[in-house]
Design a protein around this ligand. Structure first.
Ligand SMILES: O=C(O)[C@H](O)[C@@H](O)[C@H](O)[C@H](O)COP(=O)(O)O
Length: 243
């Protein structure tokens, strides 16, 4: 159960993205004050694009950013479906962040399981260099699909129950994806969901009321110890608000 959990409903995607920018900067400031760097995990899909575009317009201490992904479609970065490609086009290609501080998920190996193991190892080495045995990201950005999936943790798939790896292979309609595992996401200091669109309403109802079976609505599995924030637009968040 998160120490702090809140739901904010914003009028539309643009105001949701502006609020997400504010929270991202808040979490960055906390991380820099405490540890001198900001370890952020990016979400894929379409919802976060407007946030990334806003970030590209900011003058932030980019040299303190270390950017990771929460999941990736198993395609090259120049493929239209690539989460890495979307984030680079919307944000990362427009700011002076050191290239070595961007850690894309590898999607060039023939076997996605090998790629998952490689990213696991990359995370292990990175966090061990910070004297941490496991990843403790400062901020994990997540979306949620109409079926209640998040990252590439899809309903009734083996990925939901992987606890001995930081990264595993998810699957959407037979297509492989790479995804952080539930324990890694839950070890983050702050998890921020960005959910927009009427097609998310039903799944939200199952997730936020904690009634839906977590295997059927994997976003329910996301219960970080510290901070969990849901930013919803009015279409998705009809009737929901902690405010
Ligand atoms: O790679 C992905 O697609 C995402 O990580 C996925 O979990 C996404 O966040 C949801 O499917 C919502 O996608 P939209 O933002 O496009 O609705």
């Amino acid at each position: 159960m998160p120490a702090e959990q809140r739901i904010e409903v914003l009028p539309d995607l643009e105001s949701l993205s502006q609020r997400a920018l504010e929270i991202t900067v808040e979490q960055m400031e906390l991380a820099l004050a405490a540890r001198g760097r900001f370890n952020i995990v990016l979400a894929g899909g379409s919802t976060p694009k407007s946030l990334y575009e806003r970030l590209s317009q900011e003058a932030l201490p980019w040299s303190a950013f270390h950017v990771f992904w929460g999941d990736e479609r198993y395609v090259p970065p120049d493929h239209p479906d690539s989460n890495e490609g979307m984030a680079r086009q919307a944000w990362l290609d427009h700011i002076p962040i050191p290239a070595a501080q961007i850690y894309p998920m590898p999607t060039f190996l023939p076997d996605p399981h090998q790629a998952a193991a490689q990213y696991h190892q990359e995370l292990l080495v990175y966090f061990q260099s910070l004297d941490k045995p496991t990843p403790d990201f400062d901020l994990v950005l997540l979306g949620m699909g109409p079926d209640g999936h998040t990252a590439s943790l899809f309903p009734h798939t083996p990925a939901l129950n992987v606890t001995d790896q930081f990264v595993t292979v998810g699957e959407k309609e037979g297509q492989p994806r790479l995804t952080l595992t539930v324990p890694v996401i839950n070890q983050a200091r702050c998890v921020l969901f960005l959910v927009a669109g009427a097609n998310k309403q039903a799944a939200l109802g199952q997730v936020l009321t904690k009634t839906g079976d977590p295997q059927a609505y994997p976003a329910r599995l996301i219960q970080p110890d510290e901070t969990l924030i849901w930013l919803l637009d009015q279409e998705a968040g009809l009737g929901w608000s902690d405010e």
